[in-house]
Design a protein around this ligand. Structure first.
Ligand SMILES: C[S@@+](CC[C@H](N)C(=O)[O-])C[C@H]1O[C@@H](n2cnc3c(N)ncnc32)[C@H](O)[C@@H]1O
Length: 219
């Protein structure tokens, strides 16, 4: 029986980690932040929401873009370990400085059997590389690389999504927000036909959760 909130459990595994609740730039787990390009990770309130989403939706396979130090990865992996049999988190990070640190944390903190991590670019990554049988579908996409890549990543991984898959986009306060240049042309008809539906949460940095359903999905 595990005890404590997901945030408390992550802190217990990694006592040096400074987690912020909402504010951006108020925490990071590096002393030498000048050496990386983006010193943020998910805020704990959103991490708890990610944990809750996984515990309810029970995705078997999750793909995360932008591992950084693996904060969100650990919320997602904890939830998979607690609620999903044989759950797999695939996470991809292009930064050569961040990736080995995150990979080492995953190894040392016992996440190796749940997290499949790779250094690479999310825009060219082929997820079948990580699928044990080469056929697995993605049940949840967590997009957290650079804002300008996230719709592109959604489109890239669309063919691998299972019916009912969740697409979670960090930093997106609404589908139409300017930071993401509005809804792309390829997605607009899918929203109009209700193939994709969306819900946005007013967290400090913003979070939008979409659901993918094929047009012929009934009920
Ligand atoms: C906001 S941080 C991710 C935070 C992390 N998900 C967390 O909550 O702990 C964004 C990360 O995406 C990485 N990144 C940016 N573009 C990428 C790409 N095309 N492919 C993979 N990683 C990328 C950056 O190097 C950075 O580490």
């Amino acid at each position: 029986m595990v005890s404590g909130t997901p945030t408390q459990r992550i802190m217990a595994l990694d006592p040096g980690l400074k987690l912020g609740r909402h504010l951006r730039f108020d925490w990071f787990d590096l002393t030498d932040v000048d050496r990386i390009d983006f010193p943020e990770g998910v805020e704990s309130a959103t991490g708890e929401l990610l944990y809750a989403l996984v515990s309810i939706a029970r995705p078997r396979t999750i793909l995360e873009t932008g591992t950084r130090m693996g904060i969100a990865s650990r919320y997602l992996a904890l939830a998979l370990g607690d609620h999903v049999e044989d759950g797999l988190l695939i996470t991809i990070e292009r930064c050569g400085y961040c990736f080995p640190i995150a990979a080492q944390k995953f190894r040392e903190q016992g996440f190796d059997d749940i997290i499949w991590a790779k250094q690479g670019d999310s825009r060219s990554f082929d997820p079948t590389e990580a699928f044990p049988d080469g056929q697995t579908k993605i049940d949840m996409l967590y997009l957290d690389s650079e804002p300008q890549y996230r719709y592109e990543e959604f489109q890239r991984y669309l063919e691998y999504l299972s019916e009912g898959a969740l697409i979670v986009i960090h930093d997106m306060v609404s589908l139409h927000c300017r930071q993401f240049h509005g809804v792309p042309e390829w997605l607009q008809p899918m929203i109009e036909s209700r193939e994709v539906s969306a819900l946005s949460f007013p967290t400090d940095s913003g979070l939008t959760v979409m659901q993918y359903r094929r047009k012929d999905w009934e009920k």
